[in-house]
Ligand binder design. Structure first.
Ligand SMILES: Nc1nc2c(ncn2[C@@H]2O[C@H](COP(=O)(O)OP(=O)(O)OP(=O)(O)O)[C@@H](O)[C@H]2O)c(=O)[nH]1
Ligand SMILES: [Mg+2]
Length: 296
Protein backbone atom coordinates (compact mmCIF):
# COMPACT_ATOMS: atom_id res chain seq x y z
CA UNK A 1 0.00 0.00 0.00
CA UNK A 2 1.36 3.45 -0.84
CA UNK A 3 1.61 6.18 1.78
CA UNK A 4 -1.34 8.00 0.21
CA UNK A 5 -3.43 4.85 0.27
CA UNK A 6 -2.61 4.38 3.95
CA UNK A 7 -3.61 7.97 4.71
CA UNK A 8 -6.87 7.59 2.79
CA UNK A 9 -7.62 4.40 4.66
CA UNK A 10 -6.99 6.08 8.01
CA UNK A 11 -9.23 9.01 7.05
CA UNK A 12 -11.96 6.59 6.04
CA UNK A 13 -11.65 4.66 9.31
CA UNK A 14 -11.89 7.91 11.27
CA UNK A 15 -14.91 9.16 9.33
CA UNK A 16 -16.67 5.82 9.77
CA UNK A 17 -16.05 5.89 13.53
CA UNK A 18 -17.41 9.41 13.76
CA UNK A 19 -20.45 8.53 11.67
CA UNK A 20 -21.05 5.40 13.74
CA UNK A 21 -20.98 7.38 16.99
CA UNK A 22 -22.95 10.38 15.73
CA UNK A 23 -25.87 11.47 17.90
CA UNK A 24 -29.20 12.33 16.32
CA UNK A 25 -28.34 16.04 16.61
CA UNK A 26 -24.98 15.42 14.87
CA UNK A 27 -26.67 13.54 12.07
CA UNK A 28 -29.26 16.26 11.56
CA UNK A 29 -26.73 19.07 11.52
CA UNK A 30 -24.51 17.28 9.03
CA UNK A 31 -27.13 15.54 6.97
CA UNK A 32 -27.02 16.25 3.24
CA UNK A 33 -23.91 18.39 3.56
CA UNK A 34 -20.93 16.03 3.85
CA UNK A 35 -20.02 12.95 1.94
CA UNK A 36 -21.57 13.72 -1.38
CA UNK A 37 -20.79 11.19 -4.00
CA UNK A 38 -20.65 11.48 -7.76
CA UNK A 39 -21.29 7.88 -8.56
CA UNK A 40 -23.33 5.76 -6.15
CA UNK A 41 -21.88 2.35 -5.37
CA UNK A 42 -23.69 -0.86 -6.14
CA UNK A 43 -25.00 -2.01 -2.78
CA UNK A 44 -25.32 -5.71 -2.13
CA UNK A 45 -26.97 -6.92 1.08
CA UNK A 46 -25.96 -10.34 2.34
CA UNK A 47 -28.16 -11.63 5.10
CA UNK A 48 -28.92 -14.95 6.76
CA UNK A 49 -28.61 -16.87 10.02
CA UNK A 50 -25.43 -16.75 12.13
CA UNK A 51 -22.62 -18.87 10.76
CA UNK A 52 -24.30 -19.53 7.39
CA UNK A 53 -21.12 -18.46 5.59
CA UNK A 54 -21.99 -14.86 4.73
CA UNK A 55 -18.49 -13.48 5.37
CA UNK A 56 -16.85 -16.32 3.48
CA UNK A 57 -19.07 -15.67 0.46
CA UNK A 58 -18.50 -11.91 0.59
CA UNK A 59 -14.74 -12.48 0.67
CA UNK A 60 -15.03 -14.60 -2.47
CA UNK A 61 -17.34 -12.17 -4.27
CA UNK A 62 -15.05 -9.31 -3.27
CA UNK A 63 -11.99 -11.15 -4.58
CA UNK A 64 -13.53 -11.55 -8.01
CA UNK A 65 -14.48 -7.86 -8.14
CA UNK A 66 -11.00 -6.80 -7.02
CA UNK A 67 -9.55 -8.85 -9.86
CA UNK A 68 -11.62 -6.76 -12.25
CA UNK A 69 -10.07 -3.61 -10.79
CA UNK A 70 -13.14 -2.57 -8.79
CA UNK A 71 -13.06 -1.09 -5.31
CA UNK A 72 -14.96 -2.98 -2.63
CA UNK A 73 -16.18 -1.84 0.77
CA UNK A 74 -17.68 -4.23 3.31
CA UNK A 75 -19.78 -3.28 6.34
CA UNK A 76 -20.50 -6.26 8.57
CA UNK A 77 -23.02 -5.61 11.29
CA UNK A 78 -22.44 -7.82 14.23
CA UNK A 79 -25.36 -8.74 16.44
CA UNK A 80 -23.19 -9.85 19.36
CA UNK A 81 -22.35 -7.75 22.34
CA UNK A 82 -19.77 -5.10 21.51
CA UNK A 83 -17.89 -6.35 24.56
CA UNK A 84 -17.16 -9.82 23.27
CA UNK A 85 -16.11 -8.90 19.71
CA UNK A 86 -15.73 -12.64 19.09
CA UNK A 87 -17.15 -12.82 15.61
CA UNK A 88 -15.61 -9.51 14.62
CA UNK A 89 -12.26 -11.21 14.95
CA UNK A 90 -13.67 -14.22 13.17
CA UNK A 91 -14.75 -12.08 10.21
CA UNK A 92 -11.36 -10.42 10.03
CA UNK A 93 -9.56 -13.70 9.95
CA UNK A 94 -11.71 -15.15 7.21
CA UNK A 95 -11.35 -12.07 5.07
CA UNK A 96 -7.61 -11.86 5.81
CA UNK A 97 -6.38 -13.24 2.53
CA UNK A 98 -7.56 -10.20 0.63
CA UNK A 99 -7.46 -7.65 3.46
CA UNK A 100 -4.17 -6.02 2.40
CA UNK A 101 -5.55 -4.88 -0.93
CA UNK A 102 -5.81 -1.05 -1.03
CA UNK A 103 -9.02 -1.39 -3.04
CA UNK A 104 -10.71 -3.34 -0.26
CA UNK A 105 -11.97 -1.96 3.01
CA UNK A 106 -13.69 -4.09 5.66
CA UNK A 107 -15.40 -2.77 8.74
CA UNK A 108 -17.28 -4.74 11.39
CA UNK A 109 -19.47 -2.94 13.85
CA UNK A 110 -21.82 -3.88 16.66
CA UNK A 111 -25.53 -3.43 16.05
CA UNK A 112 -25.79 -1.52 19.37
CA UNK A 113 -29.38 -0.78 20.29
CA UNK A 114 -31.00 -0.56 16.89
CA UNK A 115 -34.06 -2.80 17.09
CA UNK A 116 -33.77 -4.17 13.60
CA UNK A 117 -30.29 -5.65 13.80
CA UNK A 118 -28.83 -2.64 12.00
CA UNK A 119 -26.26 -0.28 13.39
CA UNK A 120 -27.66 3.03 14.64
CA UNK A 121 -26.30 5.21 11.91
CA UNK A 122 -25.88 2.77 9.09
CA UNK A 123 -27.10 5.32 6.56
CA UNK A 124 -24.33 7.73 7.56
CA UNK A 125 -21.71 5.00 7.39
CA UNK A 126 -22.87 3.94 3.94
CA UNK A 127 -22.64 7.56 2.80
CA UNK A 128 -19.06 7.78 4.09
CA UNK A 129 -18.08 4.64 2.23
CA UNK A 130 -19.76 5.85 -0.93
CA UNK A 131 -17.87 9.14 -0.79
CA UNK A 132 -14.63 7.12 -0.96
CA UNK A 133 -15.52 5.92 -4.43
CA UNK A 134 -16.19 2.27 -3.85
CA UNK A 135 -17.75 0.51 -6.82
CA UNK A 136 -19.35 -2.13 -4.62
CA UNK A 137 -20.52 -2.06 -1.03
CA UNK A 138 -21.43 -5.31 0.71
CA UNK A 139 -23.63 -5.02 3.77
CA UNK A 140 -23.55 -8.15 5.93
CA UNK A 141 -26.33 -8.55 8.47
CA UNK A 142 -27.71 -11.41 10.48
CA UNK A 143 -31.17 -11.92 9.05
CA UNK A 144 -33.67 -11.93 11.82
CA UNK A 145 -37.20 -10.82 10.99
CA UNK A 146 -37.31 -7.09 10.64
CA UNK A 147 -33.67 -6.84 9.61
CA UNK A 148 -34.59 -8.14 6.18
CA UNK A 149 -36.87 -5.21 5.55
CA UNK A 150 -34.14 -2.77 6.54
CA UNK A 151 -31.58 -4.43 4.30
CA UNK A 152 -33.96 -4.27 1.35
CA UNK A 153 -34.43 -0.56 1.91
CA UNK A 154 -30.72 0.15 2.06
CA UNK A 155 -29.35 -1.96 -0.78
CA UNK A 156 -29.94 -2.76 -4.45
CA UNK A 157 -29.75 -6.53 -4.30
CA UNK A 158 -30.56 -8.80 -1.36
CA UNK A 159 -28.88 -12.17 -1.04
CA UNK A 160 -30.20 -14.57 1.59
CA UNK A 161 -27.68 -17.20 2.64
CA UNK A 162 -28.96 -20.35 4.31
CA UNK A 163 -27.41 -23.75 5.00
CA UNK A 164 -28.90 -27.20 4.42
CA UNK A 165 -29.97 -27.33 8.07
CA UNK A 166 -31.81 -23.96 7.96
CA UNK A 167 -35.29 -25.46 8.35
CA UNK A 168 -36.41 -22.50 10.49
CA UNK A 169 -35.62 -20.03 7.76
CA UNK A 170 -37.54 -22.00 5.14
CA UNK A 171 -40.47 -22.28 7.57
CA UNK A 172 -40.38 -18.51 8.09
CA UNK A 173 -40.47 -18.07 4.33
CA UNK A 174 -43.48 -20.36 4.08
CA UNK A 175 -45.27 -18.46 6.82
CA UNK A 176 -44.59 -15.27 4.91
CA UNK A 177 -42.93 -13.58 7.90
CA UNK A 178 -39.76 -13.02 5.97
CA UNK A 179 -39.20 -10.45 3.29
CA UNK A 180 -38.22 -12.01 0.02
CA UNK A 181 -34.68 -11.98 -1.27
CA UNK A 182 -33.54 -11.50 -4.86
CA UNK A 183 -31.07 -14.35 -4.75
CA UNK A 184 -31.20 -17.35 -2.41
CA UNK A 185 -27.99 -19.16 -1.67
CA UNK A 186 -27.89 -22.57 -0.05
CA UNK A 187 -24.32 -22.47 1.18
CA UNK A 188 -22.32 -25.37 2.62
CA UNK A 189 -23.61 -27.47 -0.25
CA UNK A 190 -20.85 -29.90 0.62
CA UNK A 191 -23.12 -30.98 3.47
CA UNK A 192 -26.03 -33.39 3.05
CA UNK A 193 -29.47 -32.01 2.28
CA UNK A 194 -28.48 -29.01 0.14
CA UNK A 195 -30.47 -30.13 -2.88
CA UNK A 196 -33.53 -30.70 -0.71
CA UNK A 197 -33.24 -27.18 0.76
CA UNK A 198 -32.99 -25.73 -2.75
CA UNK A 199 -36.18 -27.59 -3.72
CA UNK A 200 -37.94 -26.43 -0.55
CA UNK A 201 -37.11 -22.79 -1.27
CA UNK A 202 -38.12 -23.17 -4.93
CA UNK A 203 -41.49 -24.60 -3.89
CA UNK A 204 -42.12 -21.69 -1.51
CA UNK A 205 -41.22 -19.25 -4.28
CA UNK A 206 -43.50 -21.06 -6.72
CA UNK A 207 -46.45 -20.23 -4.45
CA UNK A 208 -45.81 -16.51 -4.77
CA UNK A 209 -47.62 -14.80 -7.55
CA UNK A 210 -45.33 -13.76 -10.33
CA UNK A 211 -45.89 -10.45 -12.03
CA UNK A 212 -45.13 -10.59 -15.71
CA UNK A 213 -41.76 -8.96 -16.19
CA UNK A 214 -41.11 -9.18 -12.45
CA UNK A 215 -37.84 -10.50 -11.06
CA UNK A 216 -37.86 -14.23 -10.55
CA UNK A 217 -35.65 -14.91 -7.55
CA UNK A 218 -32.72 -17.23 -8.20
CA UNK A 219 -31.89 -20.17 -5.98
CA UNK A 220 -28.28 -21.36 -6.03
CA UNK A 221 -26.02 -23.73 -4.17
CA UNK A 222 -22.53 -22.70 -3.11
CA UNK A 223 -19.74 -24.28 -1.18
CA UNK A 224 -16.41 -22.94 -0.04
CA UNK A 225 -15.00 -26.20 -1.42
CA UNK A 226 -15.90 -25.10 -4.97
CA UNK A 227 -13.46 -23.12 -7.02
CA UNK A 228 -15.57 -20.11 -7.94
CA UNK A 229 -18.69 -18.09 -7.33
CA UNK A 230 -19.40 -17.45 -11.01
CA UNK A 231 -23.09 -18.39 -10.90
CA UNK A 232 -23.71 -16.19 -7.88
CA UNK A 233 -21.81 -13.34 -9.48
CA UNK A 234 -23.92 -13.74 -12.61
CA UNK A 235 -27.17 -13.81 -10.62
CA UNK A 236 -26.20 -10.55 -8.88
CA UNK A 237 -25.35 -8.90 -12.20
CA UNK A 238 -28.60 -10.12 -13.76
CA UNK A 239 -30.62 -8.74 -10.87
CA UNK A 240 -28.85 -5.37 -11.00
CA UNK A 241 -29.53 -5.16 -14.73
CA UNK A 242 -33.16 -6.09 -14.28
CA UNK A 243 -33.46 -3.57 -11.48
CA UNK A 244 -32.01 -0.75 -13.54
CA UNK A 245 -34.76 -1.18 -16.12
CA UNK A 246 -37.70 -2.11 -13.88
CA UNK A 247 -37.49 -0.60 -10.42
CA UNK A 248 -39.00 2.77 -9.60
CA UNK A 249 -35.90 4.41 -8.13
CA UNK A 250 -37.87 7.37 -6.87
CA UNK A 251 -40.10 5.07 -4.83
CA UNK A 252 -37.00 3.31 -3.51
CA UNK A 253 -35.59 6.66 -2.45
CA UNK A 254 -38.83 7.47 -0.65
CA UNK A 255 -38.58 4.17 1.19
CA UNK A 256 -35.06 5.11 2.21
CA UNK A 257 -36.22 8.49 3.44
CA UNK A 258 -38.98 6.82 5.47
CA UNK A 259 -36.47 4.37 6.92
CA UNK A 260 -33.97 7.11 7.78
CA UNK A 261 -36.55 9.25 9.55
CA UNK A 262 -37.90 6.25 11.42
CA UNK A 263 -34.39 5.35 12.60
CA UNK A 264 -33.74 8.92 13.73
CA UNK A 265 -37.05 9.07 15.61
CA UNK A 266 -36.34 5.72 17.30
CA UNK A 267 -32.93 6.89 18.36
CA UNK A 268 -34.22 10.25 19.56
CA UNK A 269 -36.87 8.55 21.69
CA UNK A 270 -34.15 6.29 23.08
CA UNK A 271 -31.98 9.30 23.93
CA UNK A 272 -34.87 11.08 25.66
CA UNK A 273 -35.86 8.03 27.70
CA UNK A 274 -32.26 7.37 28.70
CA UNK A 275 -31.95 10.97 29.95
CA UNK A 276 -35.34 11.07 31.73
CA UNK A 277 -35.27 11.94 35.44
CA UNK A 278 -37.10 9.54 37.78
CA UNK A 279 -39.63 12.30 38.58
CA UNK A 280 -40.52 12.57 34.90
CA UNK A 281 -41.35 8.88 34.84
CA UNK A 282 -43.36 8.81 38.12
CA UNK A 283 -46.45 10.05 36.29
CA UNK A 284 -49.31 8.61 34.26
CA UNK A 285 -48.15 7.10 30.96
CA UNK A 286 -50.16 9.64 28.94
CA UNK A 287 -48.30 12.50 30.66
CA UNK A 288 -44.91 10.88 30.09
CA UNK A 289 -45.87 10.34 26.47
CA UNK A 290 -47.04 13.92 25.93
CA UNK A 291 -43.90 15.25 27.58
CA UNK A 292 -41.69 13.05 25.39
CA UNK A 293 -43.46 14.01 22.17
CA UNK A 294 -43.10 17.66 23.20
CA UNK A 295 -39.32 17.25 23.43
CA UNK A 296 -38.83 15.47 20.14
N1 LIG B 1 -18.47 -26.93 5.22
C1 LIG B 1 -18.53 -25.64 4.87
N2 LIG B 1 -18.20 -24.69 5.79
C2 LIG B 1 -18.28 -23.41 5.41
C3 LIG B 1 -18.70 -23.01 4.11
N3 LIG B 1 -18.70 -21.66 4.05
C4 LIG B 1 -18.30 -21.23 5.27
N4 LIG B 1 -18.03 -22.27 6.09
C5 LIG B 1 -17.59 -22.22 7.49
O1 LIG B 1 -18.69 -21.80 8.29
C6 LIG B 1 -18.23 -20.99 9.38
C7 LIG B 1 -18.96 -19.66 9.37
O2 LIG B 1 -18.59 -18.93 8.21
P1 LIG B 1 -18.75 -17.34 8.12
O3 LIG B 1 -18.40 -16.96 6.73
O4 LIG B 1 -18.07 -16.67 9.23
O5 LIG B 1 -20.31 -17.23 8.36
P2 LIG B 1 -21.14 -15.91 8.70
O6 LIG B 1 -22.50 -16.17 8.16
O7 LIG B 1 -20.43 -14.70 8.21
O8 LIG B 1 -21.12 -15.94 10.28
P3 LIG B 1 -21.55 -14.75 11.29
O9 LIG B 1 -21.04 -13.46 10.72
O10 LIG B 1 -20.88 -15.12 12.58
O11 LIG B 1 -23.05 -14.81 11.37
C8 LIG B 1 -16.73 -20.86 9.19
O12 LIG B 1 -16.09 -21.80 10.00
C9 LIG B 1 -16.52 -21.17 7.72
O13 LIG B 1 -15.25 -21.68 7.46
C10 LIG B 1 -19.03 -24.05 3.17
O14 LIG B 1 -19.39 -23.82 2.01
N5 LIG B 1 -18.92 -25.34 3.61
MG1 LIG C 1 -19.87 -12.95 9.22
Amino acid sequence: MTRQELLDRRALARQLSLAGRASVADVLSEADSNFKTEKPAVRIGVTGPPGAGKSTLIARLAASRLQHGERVGVLAIDPTSPLSQGSILGDRIRMDEIADDPNLYIRSMPSRHAHDGMADNITGMLAVLESHNFDNIFLETVGIGQADYSVRTLVDTVILVVVPESGDTVQAMKAGVMEMADVYVVNKADRPGAKRTVTDIQSVLALKENNPGGWRPRVLQTSSEDGDVLLLDQAITDHLNWRRDNVDLLAHRRDQARYNVEMLLNRRVGELLADAEPAQLDRPISDIYADLVGRL
